[in-house]
Design a protein around this ligand. Structure first.
Ligand SMILES: [Zn+2]
Length: 404
């Protein structure tokens, strides 16, 4: 007997295969029509054209069902608002002027340092609730607004508690190497400090990230950090080639990073190197939109055979967007990505980045029953109707958590 059956679904849409998906596999999607989806013990127990026995039924005859979205790159938990800085930028104010007015990343660092853990929890619980209402069931979050041991660990602790107290699964990453706080002579000196706290970080996560960018952590500094983190058993991710083509994506490929994220400025050679590797290219077109800047060359990456994932980059400075439908719209319109590729990139491949491939991101027997039911006639309407009220129900671990 099933716990729940979603009956007569108009479409059940799922990646065809387990990730990592690239090339033709990434371009294809499976669409099952008029099927019953059984759920038992939090997992998908049956997908069938014939009726299934159940304690409870939900009529899905007007719904398109997708795997819950996996957002594999956000900067939760943060605190505070930088709307004034956003408006200054729209008026053409320079980064220096914004810094002098108290804006920039260090203003978030100050806010997060001053926040009590209860404040971080309530602020970010609300954000995760909003994400859930748009069908996101798993979210990666990063530290990186502490830049000192106590605050970095406070952020990681907040992520641990957030995972427990609300429905969305939260996967933590340590991003102590996000910016250089005052009091350090150079990037290397700060990175030595970051490396010195990795032992305590290990209690929270096995994954680290670094902001590889001109004026922050250059190629040599980044390589120094990657070596040290890998030697200590950590998996690595990189913010790479976002503003300048520094070579971060090549470094990511060379060091077997889980992902290279952003890639807006990556040159042809970098895109090719990355596409030939096992490192996932994570694109976040919401950031380009929010900043009014150019977009990453998604089509080129895909044509070269890259493993591509999409994410929001939700953060208080460069991208205050969490909506997967909007990100998919932007990817389709501005990055040359097809709707099928975008769905695979936001589900199976995103789960792969977080080490959850095989459990999440597909609708298949044995997979965790994280699902979103959309009030659509066809999944191909998503990029067209992205701003509409299309989420009818969200199911997390087999439970109806929204839209009951
Ligand atoms: Zn980021």
């Amino acid at each position: 007997m099933n716990d729940l059956v979603l009956s007569n679904a108009l479409q059940v849409v799922t990646p065809l295969q387990e990730p990592p998906l690239r090339g033709k596999e990434l371009a294809e999607i499976e669409v099952l029509e008029d099927v019953n989806l059984g759920i038992k013990g939090g997992k998908i127990s049956a997908i069938s054209n014939t009726p299934l026995e159940s304690r409870r039924y939900v009529d899905a005859s007007n719904c398109v069902i997708l795997p819950g979205f996996v957002d594999c790159h956000t900067h939760i938990p943060f605190y505070g608002s930088r709307h004034e800085e956003f408006l200054m930028r729209t008026q053409g104010k320079s980064y220096l002027e914004i810094m002098q007015a108290g804006g920039g990343i260090l203003s978030t660092v100050e806010a997060v340092r001053a926040a009590r853990i209860e404040d971080l929890l309530s602020f970010n619980t609300r954000l995760l609730g909003e994400m859930l209402s748009r069908g996101v069931t798993t979210v990666e979050g990063k530290s990186g607004y502490g830049l000192d041991k106590d605050t970095e660990l406070k952020q990681l602790e907040a992520l641990r508690v957030l995972d427990e107290i609300q429905h969305v699964d939260v996967i933590p990453t340590f991003l102590g190497a996000h910016a250089i706080p005052s009091g350090f002579k150079n990037p290397k000196e700060y990175l030595e400090y970051v490396i010195s706290i990795l032992n305590e970080v290990r209690e929270y996560t096995d994954t680290v990230d670094i902001f590889c960018e001109e004026e922050v952590f250059g190629i040599e500094d980044t390589e120094f950090f990657l070596k040290a983190a890998k030697a200590r058993g950590f998996k690595v991710r990189l913010h790479a080639d976002e503003l300048t083509s520094l070579g971060g994506s090549k470094l990511a490929a060379r060091y077997g990073a889980l992902s290279a994220d952003h890639l807006i400025a990556a040159d042809e050679d970098s895109l090719k190197t990355l596409a030939d590797s096992e490192t996932v290219a994570v694109l976040m077109p919401g950031t380009s939109f929010f900043l009014g800047e150019s977009y990453a060359k998604g089509r080129q990456l895909l044509n070269n055979g890259a493993i591509l994932a999409l994410a929001s980059d939700l953060n208080p400075g460069s991208c205050n967007i969490y909506d997967p439908f909007m990100v998919i719209h932007l990817a389709v319109v501005n990055c040359g990505i097809t709707i099928e590729e975008a769905i695979n990139a936001y589900t199976a491949n995103a789960a792969h980045v977080l080490g959850l491939g095989g459990n999440k991101g597909l609708i298949r027997e044995g997979y965790i029953a994280d699902l979103v039911l959309l009030d659509l006639r066809h999944y191909r309407e998503i990029p067209y109707r992205f701003s509409h009220d299309i989420v009818r129900m969200v199911i997390k671990d087999g439970e109806v958590v929204l839209g009951d």
